[in-house]
Design a protein around this ligand. Structure first.
Ligand code: NAD
Ligand code: ZN
Length: 395
């Protein structure tokens, strides 16, 4: 039987649409020694009252725990000093470090079991100390347990301090796709601590600055100029790196809290500049490439493309490559030759959000634009220019 389109709608049809807002608070702190002289910053983020002693559980990135053998002892001392304010539940838990934690969904299941056995509730706090991958995975477990526990992130990589630790995205990888399974959840608080970066490898230390370059290109040409000027000193872990991490973190925070689209309902995702290829390259390299390295390649390629197609002055594109080079981040990878597979990343990028393809490009430094079409032969040309530049410099 077919419906008669002319038939009058039933009298019981009702539509109710209501717009509403929910206020969130994002708490970002910077410390020099969060488990020592500045441990009151962490203690103060945990709300306690006379009637209620909150439960607190620590989760550690295994590589951070290995590289800092006194970490557990310091956490126990912190717990003893504050046992009148909150209750630390059990020993600190460890999670596999790096992308491995996001690539095995059984690890997530184990996290949920531990949270359940510890009787964590919505007013309990999970304090996670680790790199961006561990923060993403533990963050996702806390976002879905009881529909959301309070999460305090203590990022231990430059990338997580400058970018991911501040964000509201949590998730793990599934179906060979980055962050396919995940949730938006605003962290209760984030503490960027300098001491915890000391044990970070040179490679991972450099990685974070690709996100700082990215955000500077989107938001502030003067910030980019400073990164370019100080790049060699930053790569050598000189003092200039602190203000760059701080400024990058604040730009990400401002974008999320004041940009009008924290949960990415719109098609444009400017903070994902250079990321359509970065995410794909990470997966294509079997995660040999770190996120920060893949972002450096993605930013380099999209910047050159912006100069070929969107009017970004060629000398500005050149300065961006120079900054990445001086930061020790401009690199090549065999996956860049598999351009057909790489271009599938564009479709995955679109699918992640739905709607029409929207990619951020630049028409000037500090001036992003949304584009809805990528000319593949020009993009292949941009990739070749970046690859040639790396080859030229390594000879
Ligand atoms: N949620 C977001 O908005 C967002 C944004 C950007 C990136 N990310 C994600 O973040 C992840 C990358 O994070 P990352 O760059 O921080 O790297 P990572 O978490 O993969 O860490 C790199 C390596 O360093 C180790 N490590 C971390 N801190 C250390 C320390 N202080 N001392 C010794 N070893 C340490 C880790 O165990 C790991 O082996 C990717 O999965 C990426 O997709 C998420
Ligand atoms: Zn990123």
């Amino acid at each position: 039987m077919t419906r008669n389109p002319d038939r009058a709608a039933s009298a019981s049809r009702i539509s109710v649409d209501v717009d509403f807002n929910v206020a969130f608070r994002h708490r970002l702190r910077f410390t020099g020694d969060v488990l020592g002289a500045d441990s009151d910053v962490l203690a103060d983020l945990i709300e306690s009252s006379e009637s209620r002693t909150p439960r607190v559980q620590f989760w550690l990135d295994e590589h951070v725990a290995e590289a800092n053998p006194d970490l557990r002892q310091r956490l126990h001392a912190f717990a003893r000093r504050n046992n009148h304010r909150f209750q630390i539940v059990g020993n600190p838990q460890t999670a596999p470090g790096g992308e491995a934690v996001k690539n095995d969904v059984h690890v997530l299941e184990r996290m949920l079991k531990v949270l359940n056995e510890a009787d964590m509730d919505r007013r309990s706090y999970v304090v996670v100390i680790g790199g961006g991958a561990v923060l993403d995975a533990v963050g996702f477990a806390t976002a879905i347990a009881h529909r959301g526990l309070r999460l305090i992130r203590i990022p231990t990589t430059t990338l997580a301090q400058a970018d991911s630790g501040i964000g509201v995205k949590n998730g793990v990888n599934l179906f060979q796709k980055k962050n396919w399974l995940g949730a938006f959840a605003v962290p209760w608080g984030v503490i960027n601590d300098r001491t915890l970066l000391e044990s970070l490898s040179e490679r991972d230390f450099r990685c974070g600055f690709s996100e700082a370059v990215k955000v500077s290109l989107l938001k502030d040409a003067n910030f980019f100029d400073r990164i370019l000027r100080d790049a060699a000193s930053i790569a050598a872990r000189g003092p200039a790196c602190w203000s760059v991490i701080e400024e990058s973190a604040k730009w990400h925070l401002r974008h999320i809290t004041g940009g009008g689209d924290p949960f990415e309902m719109l098609e444009a995702r400017p903070l994902d500049y250079g990321h359509w290829s970065a995410h794909k390259l990470e997966a294509m390299s079997n995660f040999d490439l770190r996120h920060g390295e893949a972002v450096a390649i993605g930013v380099a390629v999209d910047t050159v493309y912006s100069s070929l197609v969107h009017g970004l002055p060629a000398e500005d594109a050149d300065r961006v490559l120079l900054a990445l080079e001086r930061l020790g981040l401009l690199c090549d990878h065999p996956a860049l030759r598999r351009t057909d597979e790489l271009f599938n990343g564009l479709e995955e990028f679109r699918q992640h959000l739905g709607g029409q393809l929207t990619v951020t490009m630049l028409d000037a430094i500090g001036h992003p634009i949304d584009v809805h079409e990528i000319h593949r032969h020009r993009m292949a040309e941009a990739i070749q220019i970046v690859v040639d530049r790396v080859r030229e410099k390594s000879q």
